[in-house]
Design a binder for this molecule. Structure first.
Ligand SMILES: [Zn+2]
Ligand SMILES: [Zn+2]
Length: 194
């Protein structure tokens, strides 16, 4: 792993500012990688890791910095649970660990640095110094990453019978009549024609 301050600098660049969420995200990802025994997840070991993040906030960018996992590489998976947690999956060993932030960490930050009035600064300082056990809990888990969801998957592109758009990575939905639709046409559309 890199020195913590090096990660802080990289996270500030990636995210546009440094904040308590970034520090927490860095610590969370470092903790996850350490539990898996990965020393250079974003470098020499960059093809080993797939990370599931459960929140799209400041911490997410920090998790990307530490793990090297990105959506564009299909190594970062987003599950919108609104929780400060992530699961780190080592593709080589098949081991996976889910790390989540403890609710008590904010209160602990207050107790540690009552003299810092600014909440963000108070938490930044505390999240740097707190023991991992005071910040997180973790659980070893099993995650099935389907072959078509792995980085580097190559497969046929299917055309939606309704909208005609191409569908990659086996995301098509088979219909009872044998036709194949994209998820939008199959009813999961998140937009309406204006
Ligand atoms: Zn931020
Ligand atoms: Zn369609």
């Amino acid at each position: 792993m890199k020195a913590f301050d090096e990660y802080v600098e990289l996270a500030a660049q990636a995210h546009g500012h440094i904040c308590a969420g970034q520090i927490l995200g860095l610590r969370l990802a470092i903790h996850g990688c350490e539990l898996l025994g990965l020393e250079d997840p974003a470098g020499a070991q960059r093809k080993r890791l797939v990370t599931f993040v459960e929140i799209d906030r400041c911490a997410t960018d920090a998790i990307m910095v530490v793990t090297g996992c990105r959506m564009g590489k299909r190594a970062l998976k987003f599950r919108d649970f609104g929780k400060m947690a992530a699961t780190f999956c080592d593709l080589e060993t098949g081991r996976a660990v889910r790390v989540s932030a403890l609710e008590s960490s904010k209160q602990k930050a207050k107790v540690m640095f009552p003299e810092i009035a600014d909440r963000n600064r108070q938490q930044m300082q505390a999240y740097r110094e707190m023991a991992a056990a005071d910040l997180f809990e973790h659980q070893w888990v099993r995650v099935t990453v389907e072959p078509h969801d792995l980085p580097g998957f190559k497969g046929p592109r299917i055309v939606c019978a309704q909208c005609g758009e191409g569908i990659n990575f086996r995301k098509e939905v088979a219909q009872a009549d044998g036709s194949v639709l994209c998820r939008a046409c199959a009813g999961e559309r998140y937009y309406e024609p204006a």
